[in-house]
Design a binder for this molecule. Structure first.
Ligand code: ZN
Length: 292
C-alpha cells in the first residue's frame, strides 16, 4: 500500500530541498521552509461525481494561486512545486464538462477544465414523524429562518488553510454508506442524504476529526442539536442530532477534542451521528477524507 501510493510528503520535501539546495536555488530561510504547510497527501480521495471531490493540478507557481468555481473560492493546497485545487462537487450537479477559474498571483487568469462523471445513487425509504414531513406553517417559517442562517454559516472561508486533510472518524461505530441516497420520507421525495450516518448510542462522545474552530451551534428543526466546525479554506464540517453540545462558538478544537454527544434530536429514526463535510459550499462524501 505504502509503495503503491504517492511519494510520502516528507520524502518529497527532503528531495525538493536537496534538489533546490544543490542548484543554489534554495533562497528560503530554514524557518520559512519549516513553516510551509505539508502537501495534502492523498486525502481527500478524488472522485469526480456529484457529491465527490475533484483534485485539479494547477502546476508550479511562486505563490499560491487563487481559484474559484462560480465565484465561490476554492481550497488550493500544495507548495511552489505543485499546487492542487480541491473542488467539492454538489450532489445536485449534472454530469458535464465544466471548469474552474484560476487567478495567478501575477494577475493572469485561466480556466482549468474537468469532467463530472455520472453517479446513480439509490433510493432510501424512511418512516418518520408526519409533522417532520408535512410542516405546519410555524415549522415551515422556523425552517426557512434556520436555512437562511445556515447559508451564512456555509459561506465561511477563512485562513489559515488546513495543514492536512486526512480526517479521524468523529465517533467510533458502524458507518452507513448512505451518503447521496435519494430519500423518500413517508412516501414523499425530499433532498438527498448529504452526510455519513454513524450508529452509536446516545451520549457517546463526538470528537473533532481535524483541528477546527466552532463557528455555529444551535437546535435546528431537521438537524436537531448541531455543531459546525471551520477547518479553513472553505472546508467545514457539521455534527447533527446531538444529545449535548460541549463547545461554544469561537472555541478552537484540536483533532480528537470533544464537541458534543450522540443523540436523536431533530428528524431521526433513532440515535446516531449525522456527519457532514462541506467544501466550497458543497456537501461531499466524508468517507473521501478517512484513511479507511
Ligand atoms: Zn444522516
Amino acid at each position: 500500500m505504502f509503495f503503491a501510493g504517492p511519494i510520502h510528503p516528507a520524502y518529497f520535501l527532503t528531495r525538493r530541498s536537496a534538489l533546490l539546495g544543490g542548484l543554489g536555488l534554495l533562497a528560503l530561510p530554514a524557518a520559512g521552509l519549516a513553516g510551509t504547510p505539508a502537501p495534502p497527501g492523498v486525502w481527500p480521495k478524488a472522485l469526480q461525481v456529484p457529491g465527490g471531490v475533484a483534485r485539479l493540478p494547477l502546476g508550479p507557481a511562486a505563490m499560491r494561486p487563487l481559484a474559484f468555481q462560480n465565484e465561490v473560492p476554492l481550497l488550493v493546497m500544495g507548495d511552489t512545486m505543485e499546487w492542487t485545487a480541491l473542488v467539492g462537487i454538489a450532489l445536485a450537479a449534472e454530469p458535464a464538462e465544466t471548469f474552474i477559474t484560476v487567478q495567478e498571483a501575477g494577475g493572469a487568469q485561466r480556466q482549468v477544465n474537468y469532467r463530472i462523471e455520472p453517479k446513480r445513487y439509490s433510493e432510501q425509504k424512511l418512516r418518520v414523524e408526519p409533522r417532520t414531513v408535512d410542516l405546519s406553517p410555524e415549522d415551515q417559517a422556523r425552517y426557512e429562518r434556520e436555512r437562511a442562517h445556515q447559508q451564512g454559516v456555509m459561506a465561511t472561508f477563512t485562513q489559515p488553510l488546513p495543514s492536512g486533510l486526512r480526517m479521524q472518524v468523529p465517533v467510533p461505530g458502524r458507518r452507513s454508506s448512505s451518503f447521496g441516497l435519494r430519500r423518500v420520507f413517508n412516501g414523499q421525495a425530499r433532498n438527498p442524504h448529504s452526510g455519513m450516518d454513524i450508529a452509536a448510542g446516545t451520549g457517546t462522545p463526538v470528537a473533532a476529526p481535524l483541528p477546527g474552530r466552532v463557528i455555529d451551534t444551535g437546535d435546528y428543526f431537521f438537524n436537531g442539536h448541531t455543531v459546525w466546525l471551520d477547518h479553513g479554506g472553505g472546508l467545514l464540517s457539521m455534527y447533527c442530532h446531538l444529545s449535548a453540545i460541549n463547545a461554544q462558538t469561537g472555541d478552537v478544537l484540536k483533532t480528537g477534542e470533544r464537541l458534543g454527544a450522540v443523540g436523536a434530536t431533530g428528524r431521526v429514526t433513532g440515535p446516531h451521528l449525522h456527519w457532514g463535510v462541506m467544501l466550497n459550499r458543497a456537501m461531499v462524501d466524508p468517507a473521501l477524507f478517512l484513511a479507511a
